[in-house]
Write a protein that binds this ligand. Sequence first.
Ligand code: ADP
Ligand code: FDM
Ligand code: MG
Length: 204
Amino acid sequence: MTGRGALIVMEGIDRSGKSTQCKMLVNALSKAKSMKFPDRTTATGNKIDQYLQRKLELDDNEIHNLYSKNRWEKEKAMLDDLEKGITLVVDRYAYSGVAYTGAKPGFDLDKCKEPDVGLPQPDLVFFLDLKVNTAANREAFGGERYEQTDFQKKVYANFLKLKSKEWQVIDASRSIEEVNHDILNSVNNILGKVEKKPIGKLWA
Ligand code: ADP
Ligand code: FDM
Ligand code: MG
């Protein structure tokens, strides 16, 4: 019986390369699954999707709590997979929750963490570090809420404030292959180390 899988999270501002890198990482690992938050396929996720597309207006507190609920509804499945030895590669997590809501006027970062306290603790968080102006050159922003330069600059600053010991800052301005190479090295390094380690609780 081998040990548990690792919980790996990809974070960063819009266009930093998260989805590209998650896909490459999952393909490179032998026993891995990808996940993304928000998971727009559930009822909660559908409401979030409507909000992001500006088809639905919600109070800032309400949408913040919906994002968290959308993670909690996956908690059991995540723990089950990890226990089975499956490594989870997650495109955004509670850090996005705090960084984005915290970029709105009147929101305090510590207060924003509250609904997500106790979620499965990631073993490794990659912060794909890319300046907002560089990200904006990659591709035009779409029409979704939050896809504006000034807002993204606040989100970026918030991410830097959330850095903790399991974070690894990756220079995401390099080529897709160079970024993937660094990520893969770090992941291969920790897989054996977490096997026997209990899964922790986030911000608890
Ligand atoms: P995110 O999920 O963080 O929004 P994506 O992975 O969707 O970012 O990438 C955004 C765009 O930038 C895509 O067109 C993608 O092909 C491109 N891209 C991703 N990584 C790089 C990179 N390292 N260098 C240049 N372009 C990139
Ligand atoms: N987002 C994402 C939040 O505001 N809070 C959260 O908890 C999460 C997970 O949703 F604008 C925002 C970040 C981004 C949008 O976009 C999701 P993608 O392209 O599906 O990652
Ligand atoms: Mg993406």
